[in-house]
Design a protein around this ligand. Sequence first.
Ligand code: HGY
Ligand code: MN
Ligand code: MN
Length: 418
Amino acid sequence: MSAVLKSQQQPLAINGQRLWDSLMEMAKIGATARGGVCRLALTDLDREGRDLFVRWAREAGCTITVDQMGNVFARRAGRDHSLTPVVTGSHADSQPTGGRFDGIYGVLGGLEVIRSLNDHGIETDRPIEVVIWTNEEGSRFAPAMVASGVFAGVFTLEYGLSRADVDGKTMGEELARIGYAGDQPMGKPIHAAFELHIEQGPILETEGVTIGVVTHAQGQRWYEVVFTGQESHAGPTPMPRRRDALLGAARVIDLVNQIGHAHAPYACATVGMLQVHPNSRNVIPGRVFFTVDLRHPEDAVLSQMDAELRAGIARIAAEAKVEVSKLEQIFYYAPVPFDRDCVNSVRAAAERFGYSHRDIVSGAGHDACYLAQVAPTSMVFVPCVGGISHNEIEDAKPEWIEAGCNVLLHAMLGRAGR
Ligand code: HGY
Ligand code: MN
Ligand code: MN
């Protein structure tokens, strides 16, 4: 086959080795003993990761701006700077026992798109921007995706900056402390947005499919609950007289699990945090704090799950003779339909490379869920090993990582004008 013909046959591709090497370099920041990362939002390690990305983006010719929620925008100029940008990116913060790919793959995949366009001397009509969205995980500061939420106008800037961690430190204070309290006002017009991410579930790997064409993301409801009983001695206090806050919480944990199974196959229901007071082995717990995370791709079912949770909590508290001193929904968004044209761009890019692909609904939340409220948006998924994520053993095959970024490149090029 002639070189010309061959080059015409081979679609423009990214440098998979360079992307993999950048991911592994970034993974050294906050590396944990079991091979994962811990870069909690707005910690010094998060700053270190941001600084590395900024250095790499500048080396790739990007200009950097930071908005008031610390979202970092790396911009590659287009022929016409007056045109709205095509945007990609994800998050750099991780879970406490997070993996080397969750979030950062979408950030460094975006950087690889820019590096590859530079390698091939390709100019686009529109500017291209790669974004680090602050505090996507919602681990150190709740709720999740708060900074992309402020960008999309879902939350006020004041609400976002006032989110506090367990020590009472606010996002505003921590952004200033790490030097990422930007001055760029929140929100700006975007032509189209794509987010590249590992699936964080088992579907693609189980089916042997390389690309997930993400059509929707399921809705979520997050709650904070406090049960108050009565601390008393574990020895002399007769069982019938007890007001055991942990007993009540334990029954709610089982209720949450039952709600998840009752709305199978798509519902997800999780209690992830539990704090017991005074947490002493011979004191009946007087106060328990716990969280609930409910998810479903249909809003009506998510509402039904909410009703079942609330009714169940009231019943269980009465039976355990404990008080529901807090039951607050702290986060909710309805299931997200992504933009049809953007979804089709992802599918067409996968077909251009001959990658196996299937439509898929995102079980996890992503910054793309809020971007979809202000711009045509969709996502590109690749498998992860064993479907495991939010775990230090999170892993992905280099060929998946490369394929996903190739699809991102072409989905973006299709909207940026070449
Ligand atoms: O919770 C989520 O879905 C995301 O990982 N923040
Ligand atoms: Mn993520
Ligand atoms: Mn995550």
